[in-house]
Ligand binder design. Structure first.
Ligand code: BES
Ligand code: MN
Ligand code: ZN
Length: 487
């Protein structure tokens, strides 16, 4: 998508869709140019009024251009008080609506609101709304994405544009990775996608195959991955800022279960249907790495994920097995469907060995997080105030929702093992908390946060301006958090 700026009159914008930002109660003023004698001649304000449009946030009014203006269609976007949040939401729904119409050339004009401070967020949201995953649809059913988005009457801001497009590209990559079927995105192919980010400040530190993972004694990854014909991979990329004096060092860790059948504790079909999304954490850290490589914050970033397929077979790990993890801890297996924490545990121990200032892991870890918070909020766990506050604030800015949950030691008894040192399930109650407690035993970095994205990573039905499927959730939050540490 190309972003351009124009100082021409909105009336003269040759676009498939011209969108006019309209604050509440300011319809007449906002329409002055378009509704003048050389435009709609007053008919537009009258029609909008008839339709009950008054600029309330979240409302819109569509009209054909009728040859009165250069654009083919016109849409009035209600933005209420014109706050950044409302401008972002309006841009998101515009991105969605114009994609449904296949409009390639779109212009946004704003007479009564200063959109400049919200520019980056509007472009991000627009791209988010404009996204579809339709490559497997017949060509005739696909709608064109936007080629050019022009801001009319807004001062050019190349930095904001580049920043927004970098975030959008990282998020789009994450969404595509989640949406691709598991036959396409499996351990080897997701490792190849990550390796494809190497170049410039990004290097591949490790991209281990099954034999190497076994030799490194990563018992969690081996245990979960051994039942599949598609053998696991372990990937570590590093972004090292040029200049050699990073202000901080962080590790971003993702759960990369490319398909979660449940293993021998097989999931029912309904629950298995969307389990290609179970690498959403890995997709988020890959997407963030892509954005970070473009934005170049002054922070050393290690990106780590274990990629495995959780399958039942004659070689699967079994209930009652005791895995010796990379950290040496012995884990009793009570359910092979609680696989994500095993994969993450090895990655978290590896990340801790790098001695970063902070570790954040992202995972579609538990159905319990979805029961608790639904598909809009991610569950954030951390004992550490600065990381928790930093992530919540970056999420707030990005329009992504996270809610802090308790890492409650009172529930530790639930993961007490009979034979080993810990076990991989903690029962139904507090299932997301006990999963987080399990992970906490494999992290030695004091500043650690775990984000359970099981709800928001993949939407079963459209929500806000997102279509169903992968959302790329947390790519922008992670990137903004890292940017903040570099400042
Ligand atoms: N990948 C699932 C969690 C999940 C559920 C992600 C729904 C996205 C949507 C995870 O591996 C899992 O199966 N967790 C089990 C754990 C249980 C067996 C302790 C769960 O939540 O039921
Ligand atoms: Mn599972
Ligand atoms: Zn899983």
């Amino acid at each position: 998508m190309l972003i351009s700026f124009s100082a021409a009159r909105p009336l003269a914008a040759a676009a498939d869709v011209l969108a006019l930002v309209v604050p509440q109660g300011k319809v007449a003023a906002a329409l002055a140019d378009l509704d003048g004698a050389d435009g709609f001649g007053g008919a537009l304000a009258a029609a909008a009024k008839d339709d009950g449009f008054d600029g309330r946030a979240g409302t819109s009014f569509w009209s054909p251009g009728l040859g009165k203006i250069a654009a083919k269609r016109l849409v009035l976007l209600g933005v209420g008080n014109g706050s950044t949040n409302e401008l972002r939401a309006a841009a998101g729904s515009l991105g969605k609506d114009v994609r449904n119409k296949g409009a390639k050339v779109v212009a946004i004009a704003s007479a009564e609101t200063n959109v400049a401070p919200a520019l980056s967020l509007m472009i991000e949201a627009y791209a988010e709304g404009n996204y579809r995953f339709d490559k497997y649809k017949p060509v005739a059913q696909r709608k064109a994405p936007t080629d050019t988005l022009t801001f009319i009457g807004v001062a050019e801001d190349p930095r904001a544009v580049a920043h927004a497009l970098a975030l959008a590209a990282g998020q789009e990559l994450a969404r595509n990775l989640v949406n691709e079927p598991a036959a396409e995105i499996h351990p080897d192919s997701i490792a190849a996608v990550a390796e494809g980010l190497a170049g410039g400040e990004v290097s591949v530190v490790a991209s281990w195959d099954y034999a190497t993972i076994q030799a490194k004694k990563m018992g969690g990854i081996v245990g979960v991955g051994q039942g599949s014909d598609k053998k696991p991979r372990f990937v570590h990329l590093r972004y090292e800022p040029a200049g050699g004096a990073p202000k901080a060092h962080v590790a971003l860790v993702g759960k990369g279960v490319t398909f979660d059948s449940g293993g021998l504790s097989l999931k029912p079909s309904d629950g298995m249907l969307t389990m290609r999304c179970d690498m959403g954490g890995a997709a988020a850290v890959i997407g963030a790495m892509k954005a970070i490589a473009a934005i170049k914050p002054n922070v050393r970033v290690d990106m780590i994920f274990g990629a495995v397929e959780n399958m039942p077979s004659g070689n699967s790990y079994k209930l009652g097995d005791i895995l010796t993890m990379y950290s040496g801890k012995k884990v009793e297996i009570h359910n092979t469907d609680a696989e994500g924490r095993l994969v993450l545990a090895d990655c978290l121990h590896y990340a801790s060995e790098l001695k970063p200032d902070a570790v954040v892991d992202l995972a579609t870890l538990t159905g319990a997080a979805v029961v608790a918070l639904g598909d809009w909020y991610s569950a954030l766990y951390s004992r550490e105030e600065s990381v928790s506050a930093g992530l919540l604030s970056a999420a707030e800015t990005s329009g992504e929702a996270a809610w802090r949950m308790p890492l409650a030691d009172i529930y530790r008894d639930k993961i007490k093992a009979e034979w080993g040192e810990t076990k991989n399930t903690g029962g139904r109650n507090a299932g997301s908390i006990t999963a987080a407690l399990f992970l906490s035993d494999f992290v030695t970095t004091p500043k650690w946060a775990h984000v359970d994205i099981a709800g928001p990573a993949f939407l079963d039905s459209p929500l806000l301006h997102y279509v169903q499927g992968g959302t790329g959730i947390m790519v922008r939050t992670l990137t903004r958090w890292v940017e903040g540490l570099g400042q």
